[in-house]
Design a protein around this ligand. Structure first.
Ligand code: NAD
Ligand code: TYD
Length: 337
């Protein structure tokens, strides 16, 4: 089988490419990535000599390049996106260009090339925000109510993916997953930012009161869920993927990281100004994918967190390269006050 992965040099995409090459050694993977600030070929170093991995540097918004890359492709797994909420607040236009228009260009090329599956990776952020201390969770029937430009652009991409199914019969599936974490996670996001700041002896910035809740999913569990959707998922369907069994506010996550890294919490954090429009709580009801496809997370949060901290401790060259250059400018702008 020939699988085209977009965004395969980013965090989840590169984990997925490595997962796929390991678990489907007879398949060919075409990895299309524009290599924005978030794309990093060092993530794929272990696949460098693998003849079944072909990297193509291209923009998903480039129709000719997508049509060519899709020749003979059976399955598309679409990760490529601008993915960071704080950057979407600074530069929303780019999010609409890549996440909405880019996705439509890719869909059109996939439709013309008659792919047998187009799997779109989306986020729980399209559903908006839940109340703190409630039992409510997002599921496949939750109405869309995005707040940030990032979430709104992902909501737009989900709608256009469904439109290609309903209008043109493109065989699509969609997954809306929660916050991933694990190796190769860009250190602008909370968990890798906290771990790398603590290694560097810097403080961890906590937005507002720190009582915001996310549903944390280990990236390898996510990759396995996508594999199961490709194998057994029903065309036209959406699957919600999450992992947590209880709410853990950001402060508790950072406290756990400090404990594992033997740092004093009170001396290691600083409260910074809150994110505008900050969603209070995300939580996923993943019973559909569990009951229908037999997926559930293999990793509990604390084991996966310890594994992730060890990975960042043992791979300092990787994130030190990433944290230089453009990242410095972004960090100063984001945490200016
Ligand atoms: P990431 O920012 O780490 O990687 C995105 C990748 O897409 C990068 O390699 C980048 O170079 C590439 N890219 C960006 N614009 C492109 C374009 N125009 N053409 C081709 N390539 C382009 O993102 P991630 O965290 O790995 O997220 C991957 C997908 O999963 C995204 O669609 C995101 O919305 C979704 N998602 C992520 C999370 C999470 O917690 N990280 C949670 C839910 C959903
Ligand atoms: P993030 O990793 O940016 O993911 P998302 O916004 O897509 O959920 O943020 C996770 C949570 O951590 C969110 O509530 C915002 C908060 N946060 C901080 O408190 N400090 C930070 O420096 C960052 C980047 C995030």
């Amino acid at each position: 089988m020939k699988v085209l992965v977009t965004g395969g040099a980013g965090f989840i995409g590169s984990n997925f490419v490595l997962y796929w090459l390991k678990n489907h050694p007879d398949d060919h993977v075409i990895n299309v990535d524009k290599l924005t600030y978030a794309g990093n070929l060092e993530n794929l170093a272990s696949a460098h000599d693998n003849p079944n991995h072909h990297f193509v540097r291209a923009d998903i918004g480039d129709s000719a390049a997508m049509t060519k890359a899709l020749e003979g492709v059976d399955t598309v797994v679409h990760f490529a996106a601008e993915s960071h909420v704080d950057r979407s607040i600074m530069t929303p236009t780019l999010f609409l260009e890549t996440n909405v228009v880019g996705t439509q260009v890719l869909l059109e090329a996939a439709y013309k090339n008659k792919v047998s599956r187009f799997h779109h990776i989306s986020t729980d952020e399209v559903f908006g925000s839940l109340e703190l201390n409630s039992d409510t969770k997002f599921n496949e029937h939750t109405p869309y109510n995005p707040h940030s430009p990032y979430a709104a652009s992902k909501a737009g991409s989900d709608h256009i993916v469904r439109a290609y199914h309903d209008t043109y019969g493109l065989p699509i599936t969609i997954s809306n997953c929660s916050n991933n974490f694990g190796p190769y996670h860009f250190p602008e996001k909370l968990i890798p930012l906290a771990i790398t700041n603590l290694i560097e002896g810097k403080k961890v910035p906590i937005y507002g009161d720190g009582l915001y809740v996310r549903d944390w999913l280990f990236v390898e569990d996510h990759c396995r869920a996508i594999d199961m959707i490709l194998e057994k998922g029903v065309v036209g369907e959406t699957y919600c993927i999450g992992s947590m069994t209880r709410d853990m506010p950001n402060r508790e996550i950072i406290r756990d990281i400090c404990r594992i890294m033997e740092k004093n919490y009170d001396e290691s954090v600083e409260q910074v100004k809150d994110r505008p429009g900050h969603d209070r709580r995300y939580a996923i009801d993943f019973s559909k994918i569990k009951n229908e496809l037999g997926w559930e997370p293999k990793f509990d949060f604390s084991t996966a967190l310890k594994y992730t901290i060890d990975w960042y401790t043992n791979n300092q060259d990787w994130w030190k390269h990433v944290k230089s250059g453009e990242y410095q400018k972004y960090y100063q702008q984001q945490y200016a006050s």
